[in-house]
Design a protein around this ligand. Structure first.
Ligand code: GLU
Length: 427
């Protein structure tokens, strides 16, 4: 995604952004001052440097992170990403958002996030496998099936989770190996993965868009939409919206932005991206600039790429009714303000993309109970949980007359505040 329009947004760090969102919500809801002190900080920050032997015989050093924000509600939970922008500030932000996400949808997890600072496109499959395995080995007992449970995120997938879980179980004692497959979620189905986990985040986004359309009397069969990022979340959301007859008019990813007023077939585009690595050059598409992409006239915008894309310089360019945040942190504080002033509806990330961690929770439960649920069962339970979160956020926004981002924070913070009040602080 182009960073050319995000210069100002770069000045305030992502974590500063998270803190400001937190402070605003904490003030409106009068969050207990002591609990606020706890939640402002991450609990553990693990940095590991580890060596991997490359295909050509050289040894390269890699830096990996796991930040554990909070585990008052349950084990630390959150994805692992492979990206050259991975750093401690980003990990802190993403870990914190995971705590809020699980709290909003009422699942018994805390928040964590991790990753390795690499550009995965520069490595062979064999090297990616070795990096994944050495990273998990380096994390060692800092993760665990009842302690901290990783999952896929940007540039990681079920195959990588398979290598990771194999590494984890292979390095525990033999009599324990069968008990700990739930240390990682988002695994391949044959390794204990859940049906529906692959599409879960995109499916959650679409369940919420459907509810929003119901609430606003909006006809999705006449809707046009645009998607930024066509990886797991963006492509699934696009494919699932297609069944309503909505029109996918613009898509952007690292390779460029494309437009077609008559709409793209999301399934065909997804196959094309699998083959070529990006949306650029897709048949019947008009290449457009990043700025023109943002200016596209559409009803729904699904940002499903990286952080801080909707900011002071870009938010006023949007010509949409709804922003449904498939990505984590796509809108910064200035962007939020502009969206609100312009009356653009927002389904905030910590609610909108919670489908992934919800189905991770189902996978974790299935593994613990040695069960395998049907896809219909997974979808139905996902819909219930995420829509329950939606209703809570909607009510909170009405109660405090605040925007949905802040309302989502208040829902999350209220739940964790209650947990701390019930538990007290040790000793
Ligand atoms: N990486 C996903 C997220 O940001 C999923 C996390 C999980 O399933 O633990 O929500």
């Amino acid at each position: 995604m182009s960073k050319t329009l995000s210069k100002n947004a770069e000045e305030i760090s992502l974590y500063e952004n998270v803190k400001k969102q937190f402070d605003t919500a904490a003030k409106i809801m009068s969050l207990d001052k002591d609990i606020s002190k706890i939640l402002e900080k991450t609990t553990n920050e693990i940095v590991v440097n580890f060596p991997v032997k490359m295909d050509d015989g050289r040894t390269e050093m890699f830096t990996g992170y796991r930040v554990q924000h909070n585990n008052a509600a349950g084990p630390y939970k959150g994805g692992l990403r492979f990206h050259h922008d991975v750093d401690i500030d980003e990990m802190r932000s993403l870990a914190t958002w995971m705590t809020w996400k699980s709290a909003i949808v009422g699942i018994p997890f805390g928040g964590a996030k991790g990753g390795v600072e690499i550009d995965p496109s520069k490595y062979s499959k064999r090297e990616i496998e070795k990096i994944s395995r050495r990273f998990i080995f380096a994390l060692g007992a800092n993760i665990g099936p009842e302690y901290d449970i990783p999952a896929p995120d940007v540039n990681t997938n079920a195959q990588i989770m398979g290598w990771m879980v194999d590494t984890y179980v292979s390095t525990t004692s033999p009599n324990n190996r069968q008990h700990c497959f739930h240390v990682i979620t988002g695994k391949p189905i044959d390794l204990g993965g859940s049906l529906g986990r692959d599409k879960a985040t995109g499916q959650g986004v679409v369940f919420l868009i459907e509810q929003w359309a119901k609430d606003t009397n909006f006809d999705l069969s006449k809707a046009s939409y645009m998607v930024q990022g066509f990886g797991n979340v963006g492509s699934w959301a696009a494919k699932l919206l297609k069944k309503h007859g909505s029109n996918l008019v613009a898509v952007e990813d690292m390779t460029g932005a494309i437009f077609n007023a008559n709409g793209f077939d999301a399934d065909e585009l997804s196959e094309y991206v699998q083959k070529t690595g990006g949306v650029k050059g897709f048949e019947n598409s008009e290449p457009i600039s990043h700025e023109d992409f943002l200016r596209t006239r559409a009803d729904i915008f699904i940002p499903a790429a990286l952080e801080k894309q909707i900011n002071e310089e870009t938010a006023h360019l949007l010509n949409v009714k709804l922003v449904a945040e498939g990505a984590n942190g796509p809108t910064d504080l200035a962007g939020d303000k502009i969206l609100e002033e312009r009356g653009i509806h927002l389904i905030p990330d910590i609610l909108c993309n919670a489908g992934g961690v919800i189905v991770s929770y189902f996978e974790w439960l299935q593994n613990k109970r040695s069960e395998a649920w049907e896809l219909e069962q997974v979808d139905e339970k996902l819909s219930k949980k995420i829509l329950h979160g939606y209703k809570k956020v909607q009510k909170m926004a009405e109660k405090h007359k605040c925007n949905w981002r802040i309302a989502a924070y208040i829902v999350a913070l209220s739940r964790i505040e209650t947990i701390y009040k019930d538990r007290g602080i040790f000793p």
